[in-house]
Design a protein around this ligand. Sequence first.
Ligand code: URA
Length: 292
Amino acid sequence: MTGGDEKSARAPTADELAALLHFYAEAGVDSAVEESTVDRFEESRARTAAAAKKPSNQEARRPPAASATEKPVPAQPPSPQQPEATVPDEAAITDARETARNAQSIDALREALASFNGCNLRFGARSTVFADGNPQSDVMFIGEAPGRDEDRQGLPFVGRAGQLLDKMLKAIELDRTRCYITNMIPWRPPGNRSPTPLEIELCRPFIERHVELVGPKVVVFLGNVSTKALLGTTRGILSLRGTWSEYHPNSDTAIPALPTLHPAYLLRNPAAKKLSWQDFLSVRDRLDRFSG
Ligand code: URA
């Protein structure tokens, strides 16, 4: 046996296993895969069907019609209903719309979102990242989705991209007491992958209601995802950035909206910061017009 073989035959230490698990979690692994494939959605459908067939508590308590010699089976206490992942469908989108529409305040929306189980992203996330900042302010920034740090802290834009955003805000005399910050998607997608079109549709009613309830004078879209989803365009952020248009959270409301580059993009492409600087100056100019 060579030295290398000896090393690979050795059982991993607890620290090595912890490092491996950490690596998997960072890479977006959210479940263990077995040798043969298992359709978890089918399992969940079967459980739901079985639960629907189960006799009601009242029926379960009814004495059995069987012979008197048979021992009665004691009624089972109802098992607590754990929310679980299912295949989202049109009904889930309708449910999202109704849930969001019924929220009459920002706090009610926060609570409604925290208990909404229609989007499977929530099952892999630690937090429902709702918003940060001042809902009374004139400007609302809408990013993409929480990353690792945001998921851990439960607040939007607190990681490296968030620190850059804070610097950019400071450069135009804003901070988190003078603006409001949220995301298109409130749950971290595994491994920071892009949200799917279905996930975007499931979350859209909540961000639309969020904007309605906050009522900002100006909306700034940070990056491709919120820009495309909320402006309803397929054009990319590099061609849309810096040009004002209107965002319509409902058919009666038009809010001046500016798409700009996502701070995470700027971390990867620092040369693009000069474009963002122009966009942020343009935001400052708009805000000054309201206050002046
Ligand atoms: N990127 C986003 O789009 N939102 C965050 O909250 C953090 C990083």
